[in-house]
Design a protein around this ligand. Sequence first.
Ligand SMILES: [Fe+2]
Length: 451
Amino acid sequence: MPSPLRGPYAAYKRQASNGEDAELTHVERGSPCGEYLRRFWQPVALSADLKDLPVRIRIMGEDLVLFRDLRGRTGLLELHCCHRRSSLEFGKICESGIRCAYHGWQYDVDGRILDTPGEPVRSKIKENVFQGAYPTREFEGIVFAYMGPPDRMPEFPLYDLYEKPGTRLVPVKVHSPCNWLQVRENEMDPMHITFLHTRIFGTQFAEVFRPVPTLEFIETPVGMMYITTRRWKDGKVYIRSNDMVLPNLARVAGIEDAEGDKEILFDRRNGGTNWIVPIDNENCWTIGWDDEEKLVGVPGLDAYIDRSVRENARPTGAFDVGQTGEPSYEQRQRAPGDWDVWVSQGRITRHDQENLAHSDGGVAMYRKLVRRGIRAVAEGRDPKGWAGTNGQVRRTYSHNSVVFLPEESDPETDARQRAEMARKLTDRILQGEIRPYVEQRTSDARPTVDA
Ligand SMILES: [Fe+2]
């Protein structure tokens, strides 16, 4: 008997789902994934969100109030006042901390009570009661918080992404009404670029993304990355890799085309860096930065970049087309983007109703790494990516590269040779042999990477 799932018109006989993959998707305090994500500094808001009023936010299912006091310090406190539970979103921001609207109790950014004006002078409340608080840190226009156990607080990680001369990091924040994982794992699904972004609805990405790529997924010192290659004209091969930095940070390479007559290695201009932070199990933020770089004037590189395409498509500070739910429903049906494919999976997608295929190797690997981290925390160990580097900048590896490699007549042989060449290039990048941005050769130079 063939499985009812394999026959035509199988909907009626399909088994009901066993439910959500709660280990990977549920994020409340005490949940396995929630405890895992809480071991890392997470972005919770943009600095620009903080004006003269407190801001009510929800992160990983916790209701909180975020504010900047008059001394300029950011504070992240439990939303409800520890006195009579009124919301501190109605509090008054003070020189130090925030004062509850109801009875005027004043809390410092670390949750200590500074004042209980209606209580007797000898009251010991200030010594015995604390408002729940989390440590915060502001960096490049984003407010980060550490919401895990205090004795496991890691150092605030610095990545080489922040050290790019001539680059402005433009903070961005977008809401998706769905579970964090289905948004995040899209980044390890490079095959969708060819179909969603290039072939099916016209070209959201450059033409170079039209060919089906070779795919490889590898672990890196900070997480994992994909390696894709596409055959391009004039004997060129276009290589693109994105980083996944565990647990939920992605470095997205630029989406430029591969025009021009230069071989370019480890180009990481005009990309983006973002975290997917759960608001709760059914909502998440994308918070991060878009790189804004003025490239046209860079000698020798202008042929590689078609700035006009990108500038027209994306006003400064906004995500790329298709990254939000802003277009009308009909517009999104006629030209859907990333936001539509991950939100439409449902509030929490059902993994037992998927059929992962060869091209989903990156999704499967990312889930495996997240699960490994979750179980490490559950078993009392520190997860990968948690350990500090004593203030040293952490290296990342995402890039675009264009390499000359003569085309083989047999497509399978050509694909194999491209993949091997790209793997060698990637190994050199991982080993630090190639520095970002600067390496380029003209077409008459010998290929830098031997196939
Ligand atoms: Fe996409």
